[in-house]
Each structure stands twice: as C-alpha cells, then as structure tokens.
Design a protein around this ligand. Structure first.
Ligand SMILES: Cc1cc2nc3c(=O)[nH]c(=O)nc-3n(C[C@H](O)[C@H](O)[C@H](O)COP(=O)(O)OP(=O)(O)OC[C@H]3O[C@@H](n4cnc5c(N)ncnc54)[C@H](O)[C@@H]3O)c2cc1C
Length: 411
C-alpha cells in the first residue's frame, strides 16, 4: 500500500487479490456459516489469516496495531469488491466492530498491541460479557463483583446472552468494584480469558434452534491489573464507548466491519419479486405496494448510515446519534420481515417453497434486532436525552450509593 494510493487504485488491487486468494461465492446464496457451529469459527479464523497475510485486514484500524490506517471509503470499496468472495463475516460483530473498536478508544497500549493485532491476524475472538440474569437495559446496575485480593482481581457473578462466547478467547466483562458510590462510579471493565477454569459456560437454545448465545458463571476468576481496561472504577466510560460502537455496528454503520455480504444467507435481503412470483402474486397491486413500502425503508436506512457517519465525524451530530441508525435498522428489519410474511401467507408456515418457509423461520427471530445492542426503547431514550436534549428520565437510584439502592424490595 502506497500512501498516495487512491480509493479506485486500492479497489482494483483488492479485486485482483481477492480473485487470487479468496474462495468465490454466489452472493445470492453464500455458503452456510451458522454462528453456533464451531466449524464456522475455525473457517472464519482461517479466512481472516488470509486477509491479514494479503495486507487487507483491519483497513480502518491504525497501522501500529496491525491495520492499514485508511479511511472508511477504502473499507467500503473493499466491501464492494469482496461481495463475490467468502469472507470471515462472523468476526465482525462483536470482535472487530465492538470489542476491538472499544479497546482502540479505551485500552492500554499493551492491550491494543496484543488484542487488536491478534484479532486482525485471525488468532483471537473477543466477545461482550455485559448483560446479567437480573437485567440488561440497566447496564450500570450490574452486580457481578470484582474484589482485590493481594495483587489480583477476583471476579464472581453471572453473565448472559453473550453472543458467540463459546467460540471466544476473551470477553470484555463489566463488574462492580466499589459498592459505596452511585452505580456508574463503581464499575470496572476487565478483559477476561474465556478459558479461565473459574468460568462455567453454558449454551442457550433459542426459539429458532440456534445455540449461539451463552451464559457464564464466574466463580473466583482471578486476573491481574493488566486485565483492567481503562481505569479502575471508570468502567462506565469504557462501557459507554462499547455501547456507542455496538449501536453503530447493529445499525450496519461501523467502519471496522470487513465485508458487507450476508452471513451464510441469514441476513440476505428479502427478494420481494421472487417471493411474489413463487406465491403466485406477481400481478397483485397490494403486494407491490407492500413491497414498495419496505424497499423505501431499506433505501432510507442505507442513506441514513452515510449521513449519520459523516455528521458525527464533522461534529454536526453528537456521537450518541449512532443510535439513530440502530433504531431505524431495527424498524426496517421488522417491517421487512413482517412484509415478507404477509406476502408469503400460509407458505411461510407450511408448503413447498424454500423462500416461503425461510420467511417464516426468519420471523421467529424477528424481535432480536430490537433487543440486541440495547433495546429500541432504550435507543429512543438515548435519542431523546442525548441527541434532542430532552430532560433526563427520572431514576430513583441517581446519585445514591449502590449498596443503598432498593432492589426488588416491597415498599
Ligand atoms: C441478538 C442479541 C445479541 C446480544 N448479545 C449480547 C452480548 O453479546 N453480550 C451481552 O452482554 N448481552 C447481549 N445481549 C443482551 C442484550 O443486551 C439485552 O437483552 C438487552 O440489553 C435488554 O436486556 P434484558 O433482555 O435483560 O431486558 P430488560 O433490561 O429486563 O428490559 C425488559 C424490557 O423493558 C424495557 N425497558 C427497560 N428499561 C427501560 C427504560 N428505562 N425505559 C424504557 N424501557 C425500558 C426494555 O426495552 C425491554 O423491552 C444480546 C441480545 C440479543 C437479542
């Protein structure tokens, strides 16, 4: 890579390299890569190693941590060029777009050199250990505790809904280190090795049969000071950054994602014309109108990503505006899946058509996009309070030491 290489030159060089080095695919039916299957993760690591060896890993990550230090335009050009090739897409979220992005903003120099570089080489998968059985929206209310014992931190508690933790090497784990101060002030973020003998990991079976989510029980998990991300008791600053990156990632607007194709067909956009044709409704005005409405939302969602990215970068919008794309993405996906199911009708539940049954199957997990990365209700709160500057929601625990906050008690 020469410093003066234009986006077009970079795209041409990437296209030639991809043709020689990455397996070709039909973007309309990419090879299955179920996120709950260990083999998908082994394959993703292998493909990531190829990208790294070829000099195309981490296009927007700084060079000193193994990336290329280039602008988003280069990443988008690469994404476009890579659509016809098998890519390690499952590494994007949460490893690159959330965990590495957060370490880049808040980690120590050693953590960046170790973990971002290892992830870009295809040697490390990182996940998020934030939500707890007692609740995920009130993230600052976590009750997993980390206590100082000698020169170590000992962590005890439980985490849940951890996407792909079974395949991971490290988790960003938020724990309470001070109970005598208000909830946001007593938290610390730790980088915890998932293989630690004190972690018991179980997989959760979802309604669609996927076992990607995990729950972890942490029992005497000891780590050193080098595991602390940011400062002790300043974990909320790290978590906030993590949520910022997560909202952008969930809204498909992160410059740290590599490749924009569909993950094993799971996120393939609905082909309304094909669905209408296969269900014998190609001439229906009602179907065309419904599909048109969904497609307009899809087009606006795509434009919004670009608009918000640029506006946050030039300061026209505050960083919390990333939540706009997260919210609109969730609404668009819900509308698209509802529309597809309405068109498919009975074929979405029984029948011959792969496309029809696939639509019904996707409907089962329709709601997850409105929950993962923080719920859409919480996204509306963020937009109201931090983009539109409305008054903050009342909170009975604001400013109260955490050990004096009433939890689930009767009045
Ligand atoms: C696809 C997916 C991936 C996920 N990946 C991870 C992961 O990798 N790591 C991880 O730690 N967690 C993960 N989660 C968990 C996710 O972060 C939580 O499910 C989410 O934050 C909501 O928490 P909860 O489920 O405990 O719901 P609760 O917090 O119990 O909320 C219940 C309901 O109350 C609403 N609510 C709560 N508080 C308010 C409020 N103040 N104002 C308005 N409404 C409110 C919520 O919107 C929700 O509808 C994932 C979830 C999904 C679906």
């Amino acid at each position: 890579m020469t410093p003066t290489e234009s986006v077009a030159e970079f795209a041409r060089r990437a296209g030639a390299w991809l043709a020689d080095n990455m397996p070709g695919i039909d973007p309309a039916s990419p090879p299955a890569a179920p996120r709950d299957d260990e083999r998908s993760w082994r394959r993703a690591r292998e493909l990531q190693k190829r990208l790294y060896a070829g000099g195309f890993a981490g296009i927007c990550f700084p060079r000193e941590y193994g990336g290329l230090g280039l602008d988003y335009e280069y990443q988008r050009a690469f994404d476009e060029a890579s659509l016809r090739y098998e890519m390690p897409l499952i590494l994007n979220t949460p490893t690159f777009t959330i965990c590495c992005a957060t370490l880049l903003d808040t980690g120590s120099e050693e953590q960046k050199k170790q973990h971002i570089a290892a992830a870009l080489r295809g040697d490390e998968v990182l996940v998020q250990l934030l939500s707890e059985p007692s609740g995920g929206s009130d993230l600052a209310g976590v009750i997993t505790r980390a206590e100082r014992q000698g020169d170590r931190w000992v962590i005890n508690g439980a985490k849940t809904w951890s996407t792909s933790a079974f395949a991971a090497d490290y988790g960003l784990c938020l724990a309470r280190t001070d109970w005598d101060v208000p909830k946001h002030d007593g938290l610390t973020m730790f980088l915890v090795p998932i293989s630690h003998p004190g972690i018991t990991l179980r997989r959760i079976t979802q309604v669609n049969g996927s076992t990607e989510f995990c729950e972890e029980f942490l029992d005497g998990v000891d780590v050193g000071d080098d595991a602390v991300v940011g400062e002790v008791n300043a974990g909320w600053a790290v978590a906030s950054r993590q949520l910022y990156h997560e909202r952008r990632a969930v809204g498909q607007g992160s410059e740290f994602a590599s490749g924009s194709g569909s993950e094993g067909g799971h996120t393939t956009p609905v082909d309304y014309a094909d669905l209408a044709e296969k269900t014998g409704q190609a001439d229906s005005d009602r179907v065309k109108e419904m599909a048109g409405r969904a497609l307009v939302h899809r087009a606006v969602a795509e434009q919004l990503i670009d608009h918000v990215y640029r506006s946050v970068r030039d300061g026209t919008l505050p960083p919390a505006a990333g939540t706009l794309i997260r919210l609109f993405h969730a609404e668009t996906v819900a509308l698209e899946i509802d529309t597809a199911l309405s068109i498919a009708g009975a074929a979405g539940v029984v029948g011959q058509y792969g496309e029809g049954l696939q639509t019904g199957f996707r409907y089962l997990s329709r709601q997850s996009v409105a929950i993962g990365g923080g719920t859409t209700e919480m996204a509306r709160n963020v937009i109201g309070e931090r983009v539109l500057n409305f008054p903050r929601e009342y909170a009975a625990d604001r400013g109260v030491p955490f050990n004096q906050v009433r939890h689930g008690q009767e009045r």
